[in-house]
Design a protein around this ligand. Structure first.
Ligand SMILES: [Cu+2]
Length: 518
């Protein structure tokens, strides 16, 4: 077995308290699995800073089949807290990174250049991507320039991956439906720390089917990346890495091995922002880009009659039919596209997007100020698209994957079927073009993400799918002591892919597995 994934857990056990049973028991009753890391400097008043929307990246060039983009990953100074400089790691030096907008069926090539002091890996989350471009955790892109030798020295003896230096192309065929995707770092052992520092951005896919619908668009289509963070006294992003260089020793100090929760809620990189809206419908593309925090998102006050959040889409694109909610539970990495109709409020009213799973500052997300009236020619049709339910009878195999805390060589870690991640350990070999049922069994909250294959939720426990399980998903919100069944069709590309818990501290501490399609 590879010890690579457990170095940090070893170090954590040596320097602090290993995850004990009492701590984990305490987590079972909470709404997120993790421990809050507090900021060490004054935080801004909520709803005083303007919402930012990440700029859409212009292609460097384009031809009839392909759009070409260029992104440089680098450290940069950001002002997240007013008057406080914070060094972030960003795609083109921004957090969130620039939004890429692609056309379904038109290939997108992104040339990533690494000017950070560490290796990186880029994964397009929700993308149906050939394996060599999917961001396998050991397919490192080493830094350009002088840092490369050091990074390679630290890492070369662990590597089984396809390693490049300086820059590389990621090729995305995007033979898939319109959907809210996102891209983020996926480096072996260090994903949590790297995403926390800012390596995340939106990648939206549009298609004719969705554009034919009378949904809100343009500046009434708002991508909202929700992420919690904590800040150190010097303004830096606070994260409990055992090795702050993020080069040698993976892992976090205890008690954060169950997940790192921040005490500041950022939307598109702004703490508790406010924005003016007209009294019309808006499409809100909610993305939970937090490492471990779950949210229960609602409008406060709710509009008269309730059902303020009309869900039209999720991870894999449009739902067949809209589903109205008072609140939506969003696990890490999940996307919920909702329509909020501010025409149900009076002009001048303030409407807060709240987190019913939070308390104190984490119970608030952002605020909308209904600033003016407006004419609205949008609507939400009763039928959005056709989704054929995958038939359980068509599944060729049923597999069981157990996600749980485990002792591994007497160390505290996170396992799938009692095994830690190894690039050589293949948990499943789905045949291309076939459908499989996977039973997912948990101890704590584990947002389970499959690369390549989108799936439908068949059941939770003895019930059917939950109210937030509609449509094509790529990440399931698996809750404590729960058993869920999903049905997935494996097609598109042959090769090795990963599936894993998207609590990034669990992922970094070995809760990943491989499947090989072919
Ligand atoms: Cu997990």
């Amino acid at each position: 077995m590879t010890r690579r994934g457990f170095l940090g857990i070893l170090a954590g056990a040596a320097t602090g308290t290993a995850i004990g049973v009492p701590l984990l028991s305490g987590l079972r009753g909470s709404t997120s699995t993790g421990t809050v890391l507090r900021s060490q400097l004054p935080l801004p008043q909520p709803f005083t800073l303007p919402l930012a929307v990440p700029p859409v990246l212009a292609p460097a060039r384009t031809d009839t089949t392909t759009d070409y983009y260029e992104i440089t990953q680098r450290a940069a100074a950001a002002e997240i807290l007013p008057g406080v400089p914070t060094t972030i790691w960003g795609y083109n030096g921004t957090f969130p990174g620039p939004t890429i907008v692609s056309r379904s069926g038109k290939s997108t090539v992104v040339t990533h250049r690494n000017e950070l002091p560490v290796p990186v890996v880029v994964h397009l989350h929700g993308g149906r991507t050939p394996p060599e471009h999917d961001g396998y955790p050991t397919d490192l892109l080493l830094p350009s320039g002088a840092d490369a030798a050091a990074a390679a020295h630290h890492d070369h003896h662990h590597l089984s991956g396809n390693v490049t230096q300086g820059q590389r192309d990621y090729v995305y065929p995007l033979q898939q439906r319109a959907a809210t995707l996102w891209y983020h770092d996926h480096r072996m052992d260090f994903t949590g720390a790297s995403v926390w520092r800012g390596l995340a951005g939106f990648h939206l896919v549009h298609d004719a089917e969705e554009e034919a619908l009378p949904l809100p668009r343009g500046d009434r289509d708002l991508p909202l990346m929700i992420a919690d963070r904590a800040f150190a006294a010097d303004g830096s992003l606070r994260y409990p890495s055992l090795d702050p260089t993020l080069l040698t020793t993976p892992g976090v100090s205890e008690p954060y091995g169950a997940g790192v929760l921040g005490d500041v809620i950022l939307v598109n990189g702004v703490p508790w922002p406010v924005t003016e809206v007209s009294a019309v419908r808006y499409r809100l593309r909610l993305l939970n880009a937090s490492n471990a925090r779950r949210y229960r998102v609602a409008l406060d006050p709710p509009p008269a009659g309730g059902n303020g959040l009309v869900q039209i889409g999720t991870d894999g694109g449009l739902l067949a039919r809209p589903v109205s909610h008072d609140a939506i539970e969003v696990a890490p990495a999940q996307r919920y596209d909702v329509v909020a109709d501010f025409g149900r409020y009076r002009v001048g009213q303030e409407v807060t997007l709240v987190n019913q799973f939070g308390d104190g500052p984490t119970a608030r997300i952002m605020r909308f100020r209904v600033a003016r009236g407006g004419s609205d020619d949008t609507s939400v049709p009763d039928q959005l698209c056709e989704i054929a339910p995958l038939d359980q009878a068509s599944a060729v195999v049923t597999r069981t994957m157990r996600f749980r805390h485990g002792d591994v060589n007497s160390m505290s870690g996170w396992t799938i079927n009692d095994q830690p991640f190894s690039p050589d350990l293949i948990n499943a070999r789905p045949r291309l073009g076939t459908t499989e049922v996977w039973r997912l069994v948990s101890d704590f909250h584990h947002p389970i993400h499959l690369h390549l294959a989108h799936f439908q939720v068949l059941s939770r426990g003895t019930s059917g799918p939950g109210p937030h399980d509609h449509g094509w998903k790529d990440t399931l919100d698996l809750r404590p002591a729960e058993e869920a069944a999903i049905i997935a069709r494996f097609d598109g590309y042959a090769g090795r892919y990963i599936f894993h818990c998207h609590n990034l501290e669990h992922e970094d501490m070995a809760m990943m597995g491989n499947f090989v399609t072919g």
